[in-house]
Ligand binder design. Sequence first.
Ligand code: ZN
Length: 962
Amino acid sequence: MPSRTDKKLQKTKKKYKVNWLRTAIFAALVLMVIAGGIILGFTVHALKDLPDIEGVDFNNYSVTTKIMDKDGNYVEKLNSAENRIPVTFDEISPNAIAGLVAIEDQRFYDHNGVDVIRIGGAMLANLKAGRTVQGGSTIDQQLVGLVLLDRSEKSYTRKIREAALALKLDKMYSKDEIITFYLNRAYFGRGAYGIEAAANEFFSKSAKDLTIEESALLVGMIQNPSKWSPVSYPENALSRRNLVLSQMEDIGYLTKEQRKQFQATEITLNLNKNHTTNAEGQLVTTNQSFVDTVIEEALTALGIEDNDSELYTGGYVIYTTLDPNLQSYMYSYYDNDANFPRSEYGDLLQSSAVVIEPSSGAIRGLIGGRHVSGERQLNRVTQITRQTGSSIKPVAVYAPAFEAGYSPGSVMDDYPVNYNGHVFNNFTRACKGLMTYREAIKGSVNTVAVKVMEQIGVDTCYKFVENLGVTTLVPSGAANDKNLSLALGGLTKGMSPLELAGAYSACANDGVYIKPYTITKIENMNGVVLYEHKQEMHVAMKESTAYMVNSSLVSVCGESGGTGSRAKLSGRPTAGKTGTTTDRKDYWFAGYTPQYACVVWMGYDQPKQINSIKSAGGSCGPVFKAIMEYAHQGLAVKDFNKPSDVVSVTIDTKSGLLPSELTPAEYQRSELFTTSTVPKETSKVWVSRNVCAESGGLYTEYCPGEPVSKVFLQREVPWQNNIAQGVSAPADSALEVPEPCTIHNSSHSSSKTLTLHATLNGNNVELSWNSLGDNVFYELHRGTSSGFNASSANLLTQTDGYAYTDSIDGSQVYYYYVVAYSKATNAPISASNELSIAGSSYSGPATPVNGNTSTPSKPSGGNQQTSTGSLNLSLSSSAGSVTLQWSAPGADNYQYFIFRGETANFTANNSSQIAKDTVITSTSYTDTSVSSGHTYYYKVLASDRNDTSKNPISASGSVQVN
Ligand SMILES: [Zn+2]
């Protein structure tokens, strides 16, 4: 660039020829001024105390800090009051210079600050019209007006002062310098100060690249940026641009043909995507929330937290992780109220969202709230901590469980549980029963989350969450987070959306946690690097754990019954989880793909119950989906990495074990395990039972027709009745073994007494008895004394028939009775009379009489107790307790169920069952929940765990407690 002196020399030579004319007219003007005495007075007054132009640095724009995006492009200045980027003369397109001269000041290069000819012409025109229709201000005058003078001064006074200062200015600076000052100062609308910002704002380019039509449009706007705005008034803007083009032809910059050709083109804008007009009609930067976050980080990085103005005026260049297109989309989405639920209470229902790239921790987009205007307002991504509800479950419960060796195929009973008087229930109060962890995650089941956390330990879970970068957990004190409420997100202080997003990102990133960040590098104005980001990262969980979480959360969004279906991205595996606090004050959706993680929060700034939201999936889900669909545009579909130690195995979903022959198809599915946790045992929760075709109840000897064999669910640990008010049976209790048939029962067959007859024929006793129906079998016993107990040792036969011939020793007396059993249940139904037979050569006391029928007596035990069945149940009591003892029905693996009633015909069912919480495999049990003086009736049911297709064996008895 030539020095100022060279320029002045050039100018002097160029204008030599016209100087006489200008001087003459200027003299005439001065005469006219002098002629008007009043005007003179004004002039003298106006020229008093002129600003000191020598002291003004027209280049002095404050050096503000610049924000650059992820690709190193300039996006924003920190101080957003004036969006100006100063440029040099060489950085301005000649088209813009020519256009400005053509429209504002055609004799710019010929006058020395004041254009006398123009003033004269303007005065004539104004006199003619009787008002001001033309201004005579040169570019020089306008510049001093912009920089030096108080715009509120009266126009006449100001004009004189402008003229005087313009003459001075023209002596001090070259024409190129003056036009550069001018184009850097002028306001173009949409917040753009200076030609560079304007080119950037309207055409997304630099001033040096402006075309002829673009230049004409921009310089035409300077006198009235709103009237000639191509955004608000495109027709005005077009005619103004075409006027400028005509004037450019006038000054010889364009030929007539060029002028016509350019005037025929339409206006094509390429508006800066970072700036938009908000719902309130204000032009705002879409990057504000992101920039606010950058400021928070920069103050810490530079160690100037106590003096943030230093950051604004320090001239730093801050390189960030910003994706301006994504940010702009997020801003527009949040600016549209139609995308959000209705606000209540006169408060705006707030929301925030953040998008992170899990592979780097880079924050790509961030919205700190709805309808935020101005800098550094409340940032609802980084500065608030709220209850997370269920959105914490994947990272606080299931990831630690998978890390501990459990799998999405592990099974837990969805039924409320009481821990120290606190009953953890589901949001809906309904429970489904046995389910896999995957199902529990999908349906956001509270009872299972609490039980799983209890199983692996609160401390383990607490540490796991902390290790995922969450800093707001409270370890101790009156209110702390080391308790089971952690499983449901009932946190003491809550969690910030950013930290939740960071924790989820670790799952998306194969288990490696990376602390989220926005700043990659900070340079000072001389390009010296002051700060460079270093990733803070560590392995937070095994790859297999992360993959199991990912897979489970994909089910949340992609499978029927999942709570996240409205967040599912089309054609991409989408992992995610809803969160709703129990008081419905906070709603969340947190989720991710391998490429991006996103958290959306909704709630009021002063937490209040939100009635306009029905579900987190239906409110936050669509926001998540819209933002993530935009973020993934043009990206290849990517699946989560499946580690080599994760395998798929078909399991029984009611036990988590391998399916048995009885497992129904609908309760089998393929599930993930690590190679070391693959189940090897076969499921035992399904049993086969005979039921009455008519009632569906267990088949009894009284049921007509053939029994129907059906498969039922049999829990190892029965669910506990009446655990809390309003808790009903788990849904899958409908699959459990039913009660015996009630429409065909003994009351209809009470006449069926079992009577035993005998006839002695030589040394053969011919025994016979009556039939009790088709579904009964009989056991005939023989003893050598009256009142003997039935045992396998004295069993003569087990038969479906009604007769038996016994060979005896003729010198003895024998005692017989027969017991009838139900084929369906193996339970004893009836016992016959006991009869005695003396052999033909018997010569002992004459008490027994051949063929006589003694008083019917059931097989009986001691004084206080009776028992039947092949378990040989015996009951004994001592003060306050009853001890039950029985023998195992065989060498097999038996489990026993114990029932207690207060009447002889009590029903063995869930409510009469005792010791529900234990799996009884030993052959004795002491019941301490009894009262002295009462008589209790017990039933013991033995179930073969190795062959559950067998009917259980039962025994019953009664005892009076001492
Ligand atoms: Zn029946």
